[in-house]
Design a binder for this molecule. Sequence first.
Ligand SMILES: *Cc1c(COP(=O)(O)O)cnc(C)c1O
Length: 403
Amino acid sequence: MINENYLRLSESYLFTEISRKVKDYKEKHPDADVISLGIGDVTQPLAPAVIEAMHKAVDEMQAAASFRGYGPERGYDFLREAIVENGFRRRGIDIEADEVFVSDGAKSDTGNFQELLSAKCVVAVTDPVYPVYVDSNLMAGRTVVKLTCSAENNFVPELPIGHVDVIYLCYPNNPTGTTLTKEQLKAWVDYAIREEALIFYDAAYEAYIQSEDVPHSIYEIPGARQCAVEFHSYSKTAGFTGIRCGYTVVPKTLKMPLNVLWNRRQCTKFNGASYLSQRAAEAIYSPEGKVQIKKTIAYYMENAHLMRETLTDMGFKVYGGIDAPYLWLVTPKPHILTPSPIGKGETSGMTSWEFFDWMLQTAHVVCTPGVGFGDQGEGFVRLTAFGTHENTEKALHRIANRL
Ligand SMILES: *Cc1c(COP(=O)(O)O)cnc(C)c1O
């Protein structure tokens, strides 16, 4: 017998369908130079400090005296201490090294952490959402409720009317690129304390925050140490999508002994992130490393600002792109586009997929249909700022020329 919960999962067709459409189009139009502003992967190389640290770590592996085999399941002390110092204490947040668990990335941890909870827990996620939170809970047989994030509420989810046991929040948000202020996040911490609920806070895009009043960590909010687990990743922070490293903070002051249980879980099912990845991650906290990763983030944010400005000037309604490398674009009404994909005179915005097709066929630009992130994403597309300057500019010119 198979786990029938897997049959409840909807076909994960978003990125498959995108690649299929792009491949078809390229086959029919071999000369088209298609630019992708679709995938959430970085394009810039690793920081020199990271490369240097990895070379050094490789060299250590060639001598018995410096060779490293299995490491601690929670991660090496050198990395956990650097995380605590640079990620938290520097901001006045009290997190201890034994509350930090190093992993191979935030996808595994955001997907796996729900194992510690009863199958009876009711889970709330935003809509649109990073699909990992929903699917991992459906696989475990849980009920998942959706919190609407729309232009009407400025993509700030409203508190559930009744009780939920777990809330997944991701800020800066993938896919909308929007953020919560400290005050807006405090409302969630207060809810969680009142309802004895848990918040799973995904801070994968924390390094992209530019605005003053946007919290970098949920632990900036009083009371969060009682109710929140926080996930971090070096993927977007430092281009580690191929290196694989991240970490999760599980406070010892939570109402439940999740710190002990997560350690137990990791010791059973995980043998630690690789030594090379951990030395690579440590290097981003060095003085040179810090400067270098900031520069790359600034490079992407320059794209984001250019995209935001240019698309707004073209008449698009754009969200995000200020504290995040994502822009959430309202699909335009078809009659502003030529040639119109639906016929002139339509008054409603196009569907996400209709606009995707228009962008691909007319501007040779790939975006991600918002509806792939949930029903509330219909009528939006996501654009990423992870391209090169050159391609970003070229894509914007093409869109402008086709309007
Ligand atoms: C990219 C991303 C992550 C990071 O995943 P890794 O496994 O660390 O590469 C986590 N959460 C969200 C919302 C993301 O977009």
